[in-house]
Write a protein that binds this ligand. Structure first.
Ligand code: Z16
Length: 838
């Protein structure tokens, strides 16, 4: 690490505008922040101190815009989108903000001229991993697009002290390590202690008549927790808008401690504090699995109540009455995690602000929109009545009241249809009784959407079929998108520069412009540059893998990548069956012509998901054998890279040749990794699932490797009785592969290790790997053929990237604004003296 020591910072001329963009001013700011914020001089500064000084220097340059933006929103007349999400998987801020502010090259240069290593500083940042996967990352992409499109917006969520766990691999198994992302401080957030909000829990309710003899209910809680907001600025690309992400931290209120202290229960008082602060301690690491943990419902209610109270405060501050609340805020529920908000807004309006039920219900329905992200039954949230009643007794009453009125309507429309009533009811009474959160969200929202065309159709037909029959006009599709700023410009500067040299830079905020690249498809020099760029990036990844994991990979080989959460429906093990198939071919015929491939895996398994963890072990075990077998002669390599996260995503998407999107048709709601790969010129091998269908439609079927059953065929086969044994017995290749696993060949002779996995496939195969196996292998053989013709492959790669315009999150957000939120852009003007962009 070089230091400031040789740098003549104290001699430089500087403007009195402390956030200026001249090199001298930035240099001065780095030195100032190091000294006045970190309290360090070069002699004592650690690399983290320099990183912090740099981060504050960037943040300082966002503050005028942030302040201006907030000021405009607090004035009358602007409708604000409020995105409620239990997860925001932001990834590193530094580079993203530098790009959005248009000062990346400038700041990098200044840092380097100061004798510091910019890349080293950039890598010091701890990424905020406040999400599990697709759903949390989608929220982050949407925040970026909202700012870039100059839409007034605020994101509300939870400031988990520990985000998604860090993953290590020991002896091929996943080991979870606590994510201490805050341990060295977080320069991107500002606590707003004065805007703290109180949230009640537990206790009981009491009916009474008010002075006007109206029947009312009061809630007497047994616990109050404080919510402290921590604000993070969300910059837009090339605009002045800087929106806010407001994350809530739970703290114990003073008053409760004193009460306990006064009666001598010192330990009890301190313990109460610990229990309160537990609420925002840790992110639940289960994606797509509902576990009815009380603390999870506490987290959900906590952040939703804080957020709604915050919105009401902001609304009333504008001098408005609550009748117009829905004109101030469009609140989007990111899955059912925040759906308790429907009951909470009713409670606030009816109990605390004394609004009549019917009017409160109008306001509530007009306020909320609900996005569904999954059809998997095990992921649908439901809470037992007893848990609900203990934690939120008033909300349960409100939910009963909503339900009674709702079912009254249904009964009027469909007399004598008790099955339908039972299906629509907010309460599941088929066995133990539960509150169904998807039903609550659907009833309480004016708009319901799925996240890809197929997903929305299935939602309308199956999971929410009865609601669709009742209110078809509420339903719409909003196919997911991802931000090209982070997923091309930040992550793949080489490709971004090549594109900009050809078509200018407008594509960065108008991704449909990438279409213009098609005009160069016959330009051999352009194709060469494209291929060379991909090659260079693959080289960087190979170096990274070598340096960080000690594994040698051949950058000329086909990089075949599957990175995503581990889940049986995503079928990482189908990918493994292909690897073993290729390995068998080599063993049977060591001189066989084979396209060299590097298989790259990454992804975390939910800590309690045994089968997913066993799949990780299988990948590593197969890798051990394949990578060390001299017969393979380095033509195949299998690497499982630990701790897949946003940062590693930024490294791997640009380097991929082939994107594995191989879920069982009908199971992956959308997928968003599929988009990030294709935007960076990878070809997809995939099923007709989620957004794959729309990607294939856009890039052309000739530029996509399709395989597998359709959703309809999956249903059909299931209903007529699917028997994986038949496939096993009738396909000798498949049988050999399965037998090789069973024999202990990949487990040092241990025939028990992978038995649960093999038995699950042989006797159940719920995700139909065997039914899709041959089709997958055939498609992979076509991939090999295609890769041998590099000219042709490059054309396909260019066409994939060029035709991905639809999958910008800008397009998705525009659709939400126009069709659900009724929100419009608001330009943020800056005073003359505030410096423009570089
Ligand atoms: C999640 O990431 C998703 C769904 C869900 O119910 C829970 C979590 Cl944590 C994902 C979907 O699996 C994926 O298909 C989709 O692209 C993503 O949400 C964003 O919509």
């Amino acid at each position: 690490m070089t230091t400031f020591e040789q740098v003549p910072v104290f001699q430089c001329e500087f403007e009195d505008d402390r956030t200026g963009l001249s090199k001298e001013t930035i240099k001065r700011a780095l030195a100032d922040n190091l000294f006045y914020i970190q309290g360090k001089v070069p002699a004592t500064a650690t690399p983290n101190d320099y990183y912090m000084a740099l981060a504050y220097t960037v943040r300082d340059r966002m503050l005028q815009r942030w302040f201006k933006t907030t000021e405009v929103y607090t004035k009358k007349g602007v409708k604000v989108v409020s995105y409620l999400s239990a997860e925001f998987l932001l990834g590193p801020h530094l580079s993203n903000n530098l790009i959005n502010l248009g000062i990346y090259d400038l700041v990098r240069q200044v840092v380097e001229e100061s004798g510091l290593d910019f890349v080293q500083l950039r890598e010091i940042e701890e990424e905020p991993g406040l999400g599990n996967g697709g759903l949390g990352r989608l929220a982050a992409c949407y925040m970026d697009s909202l700012s870039t499109l100059e839409i007034p917006a605020i994101g509300y969520g939870i400031r988990y002290e520990f985000g998604i766990f860090d993953q290590e691999i020991r002896d091929g198994w996943q080991v979870e390590i606590t994510d201490k992302w805050l341990h060295l401080g977080n320069p991107w957030e500002i606590p707003r202690l004065e805007e703290t909000i109180e949230v009640k829990f537990g206790g009981r309710t009491e009916a009474y008549y008010d002075e006007k003899c109206r029947y009312r209910v009061r809630w007497i809680p047994d616990k109050v927790v404080k919510g402290v907001p921590y604000d993070t600025p969300i910059s837009g690309y090339n605009v002045n808008t800087v929106n806010t992400l407001r994350l809530w931290k739970a703290e114990a209120p003073e008053s409760f401690e004193f009460q306990a202290f006064n009666v001598g229960d010192y330990y009890g008082a301190v313990n109460r504090k610990v229990v309160s602060e537990n609420i925002t301690k840790v992110l639940y690491p289960n994606d797509e699995l509902m576990k009815g943990k009380e603390l999870r419902l506490e987290q959900q209610y906590f952040f939703v109540s804080c957020s709604l109270q915050d919105m009401i405060r902001l609304h009333l501050q504008k001098g408005e009455s609550l009748e117009t609340f829905h004109q101030s805020f469009a609140v989007q529920l990111n899955d059912t995690h925040p759906s308790i908000g429907v009951a909470e807004l009713m409670r606030l309006l009816v109990d605390e602000y004394e609004i009549e039920w019917d009017q409160a219900w109008q306001i509530t329905q007009n306020t909320f929109g609900y996005t569904n992200h999954t059809l998997l039954p095990e992921a649908l949230e439901k809470w037992t009545l007893s848990l609900f009643k203990n934690l939120l007794p008033r909300h349960l009453q409100i939910i009963y009241e909503i339900n009674q009125r709702f079912l009254g309507q249904v009964r009027a429309k469909y007399p004598n249809d008790s099955d339908r009533l039972a299906r629509l009811s907010l309460i599941d009474e088929s066995g133990e009784k539960y509150v169904r959160m998807a039903n609550l969200a659907s009833v309480g929202s004016h708009a319901i959407n799925g996240v890809a065309a197929l997903h929305t159709e299935l939602l309308k037909r199956d999971v929410l079929g009865d609601f669709h029959e009742l209110w078809p006009e509420k339903f719409s599709n909003k196919t997911n998108g991802v931000t090209p700023r982070r997923w091309i410009v930040v992550s793949n500067p080489l490709l971004a520069n090549l594109i900009t040299r050809k078509i200018g830079a407008d594509w960065i905020s108008h991704l449909e412009d990438l279409k213009q690249l098609e005009a160069f498809i016959e330009d051999a020099e352009f194709r060469r540059e494209w291929r060379q760029t991909k090659q260079d990036i693959k080289g960087y990844l190979a170096t990274y893998i070598k340096e960080n994991h000690g594994i040698e990979v051949n950058p000329e080989s086909l990089f075949d990548v599957q990175v995503k959460r581990l889940h049986e429906y995503k079928r990482q093990h189908l990918n493994v069956l292909h690897i073993i198939t290729l390995y068998k071919r080599i063993k049977d015929n060591p001189n066989i012509e084979i396209t060299p491939r590097t298989f790259i895996f990454g992804g975390k398994a939910a800590p309690g998901y045994f089968m997913a963890k066993l799949i990780i072990k299988l990948i590593n075990s197969v890798g051990d054998v394949v990578n060390n077998d001299p017969d393979v002669r380095d033509r195949l390599k299998v690497v499982f890279l630990p701790d897949y996260n946003v940062r590693f995503g930024q490294r791997v998407y640009p380097a991929a040749d082939l994107s594995e999107q191989i879920s069982t048709a009908g199971k992956e709601a959308s997928g968003t990794g599929n988009m990030k790969f294709a935007m960076n010129g990878a070809l997809t091998i995939g099923t007709l699932d989620g957004a794959n269908i729309e990607i294939r439609e856009e890039v052309g079927e000739e530029n996509f490797f399709l395989f597998g059953l359709t959703t309809e065929q999956v249903y059909e086969l299931k209903s007529k009785g699917y028997n994986p044994w038949d496939y096993y017995h009738n396909n000798p290749q498949l049988k050999q592969v399965i037998d090789l696993i069973s024999s202990g060949f990949f487990s040092h002779g241990d025939t028990n290790l992978f038995r649960p996995l093999v038995d699950s496939l042989l006797y159940h195969d719920p995700y139909m790997l065997f039914a899709d196996y041959q089709s997958y292998i055939d498609a992979q053989d076509q991939v090999n053929q295609a890769y041998r013709d590099q000219e042709h492959w490059t054309r396909m790669s260019i066409l994939n990237a060029a035709r991905m315009g639809k999958f910008s999150s800008d397009r998705a957000i525009l659709e939400y604004c126009q069709e659900i939120w009724n929100a419009v852009p608001v330009k943020i003007e800056l005073e003359e003296y505030i410096q423009g962009r570089a």
